[in-house]
Design a protein around this ligand. Structure first.
Ligand code: SPD
Length: 347
């Protein structure tokens, strides 16, 4: 975790302590944001609060599915949520989120038009606004895994048994096994999915666990030597640990984008629009990229970063060439969930 994100954790702890001790003060509007961890510059959040006379309260989820399950179980009170594009589509289909009023989002003009044409799932900002583009790849300990081959097949190598993790994210991890077999990570084909399941059943005994958050400190501390993770999170870790390197499997990786949406039951819609609009400003986007190491689709943002930082968020050409955007599979999603259940219960 970088210095700024550590600072955010301290501020969060202080806010929690104040809340528990019953601290009181002038009441200001609260914007409740539900999003992934280590994923925003705390200084940008502070600037938004100062300029809008409000308090931003950030709650964290660690997967699209846990967020969705929480909302379906009655979780309310959020004003802005940050699902991946394929999950935003599901939420839109199920009328869980607002149809956006673009007159309140003038800064969407800054979103890169090529991104919107080629990769975005919601091409007209009907219900979502893209925030950061992500791919998933592998980080490893260079000392303990010299000459690690650039293939998903490393998860089948029993040499690293008990010291590897795969993401606890069914689209990402089944996607990795599909790619390892040369298939699309959006396949609907039963025999291809069966092959991916067999691959995962072979990999599973080599894993310490399926993990979506702990892999970052785990690979830093040396508990794990090979971890599957989200690109920016891995580059955040690499910045602090010179013994680690990133490997991009040659068979191809997933691409996804996390998109801002406004839940239909938000009580602070105007503030929610203002927040999303603020994140589409090039200065905010540049600051968020510097901290998170993900690539923002906001035009003009990279120019505001140092050359070194701007270079560090560029998505390698090979990722675009071999990568595939995760899309929503509608009813065929059930095929993936069935396999995932079988993988989870297997020993
Ligand atoms: N710190 C988590 C950042 C989340 C990155 N995006 C996840 C995409 C899942 N497909």
């Amino acid at each position: 975790m970088g210095k700024k994100l550590k600072k955010m954790a301290v501020v969060f702890a202080a806010a929690l302590a104040a809340a528990i001790s019953g601290g009181c003060g002038p009441s200001v509007p609260k914007l409740n944001v539900y999003m992934w961890s280590d994923y925003i510059d705390p200084d940008i959040v502070q600037k938004f609060e100062d300029e809008n006379g409000c308090e931003v309260v950030i709650s964290i989820f660690d997967s699209n599915e846990s967020m969705y399950a929480k909302l379906k179980a009655g979780g309310t009170g959020y004003d802005v949520i940050l699902p991946s594009s394929y999950m935003a589509k599901v939420m839109n289909d199920e009328k869980m989120i607002e149809t956006l009023d673009l007159s309140k989002l003038p800064n969407v003009k800054n979103i890169n038009s090529e991104y919107m044409k080629k990769l975005a799932l919601d091409k007209t900002f009907k219900y979502s606004v893209p925030y950061m583009i992500c791919y998933s790849c592998v980080a490893y300990d260079k000392g303990k895994c010299p000459n690690l081959p650039d293939t998903w097949g490393v998860f089948g190598d029993s040499k690293y048994r008990g010291r590897m993790t795969l993401l606890n994210d069914y689209r990402e991890t089944i996607g990795a096994a599909l790619k390892a077999n040369g298939y699309s990570l959006n396949t609907r084909d039963d025999s291809e999915l069966e092959k991916a399941k067999e691959t995962l059943l072979k990999w599973k005994p080599n894993l310490a666990r399926l993990d979506n958050e702990g892999y970052k400190s785990g690979v830093q501390s040396g508990e794990f030597v090979v971890v599957h993770g989200y690109s920016g999170d891995l580059y955040q870790v690499l910045e602090e640990s010179k013994n680690l390197a990133v490997m991009i499997p040659k068979e191809g990786v997933s691409l996804s984008c996390d998109d801002w949406v406004i839940p239909a039951d938000s009580k602070n819609k105007d503030l929610a629009y203002a927040f999303i609009n603020y994140m589409c400003d090039p200065e905010s986007a540049a600051a968020n990229m510097e901290v998170t190491k993900y690539l923002s689709p906001v035009d003009g943002a990279s120019k505001l970063m140092s050359d070194e930082n701007a270079k560090s968020v560029v998505i390698p050409k090979a990722v675009y060439e071999n990568g595939e955007m995760i899309i929503d599979l509608g009813e065929d999603n059930a095929k993936y969930l069935k396999i995932w259940d079988e993988i989870k219960i297997s020993q």
